[in-house]
Write a protein of this length. Sequence first.
Length: 190
Amino acid sequence: MRTLISTAFISLDGVVEAPGGEPGYRNSGWTFKHTEFLPEAFDIKGREQKEATAMLMGRISYEAFSPVWPDMADFADYKVMPKYVVSTTLTEDDLVSNWGETTILRSLDEVAALKETEGGPIIVHGSASLNQALSDAGLIDRYHLLVFPLLLGAGKRLFSTADNDTRKLELVEHEVYANGLQKQVFDVVH
């Protein structure tokens, strides 16, 4: 079975919305506005590109990333990686042609089936609503979290407010940086 990894920039109060400056959000660009940039804190992002063999995202994140990421040197490894977009509304005509193989999945059952295929880890970027649904369905195996020392108050959260049973996590890697950023890597105990 393939490992499904959720990776996120997250505030201390759980907000993941618009970390990179996407327009139209209350706290847009919060990751670099209030926290000193330290390259070593982001080493995990480069490692993710080397270790992942596919990328999964929701429609909104696909529509935000696909016009930008294909031409960014920082995301070159993702360009050639197979991509999967979970959407009930996206069509083949909506997909960009310069970002490699992209497959539309219509349900969480299709994500579960993808996990059963041969291959390495699948990384989930952005996609707050998809992350909530995947977590609630028990499909996420690992979390890569860069926790920012900020309380943003409003915005989409990584975890849903559904009344789920307790799910145990095992801390497998962590580090704290001089700017207050924390790297936390958790395996989900299934």
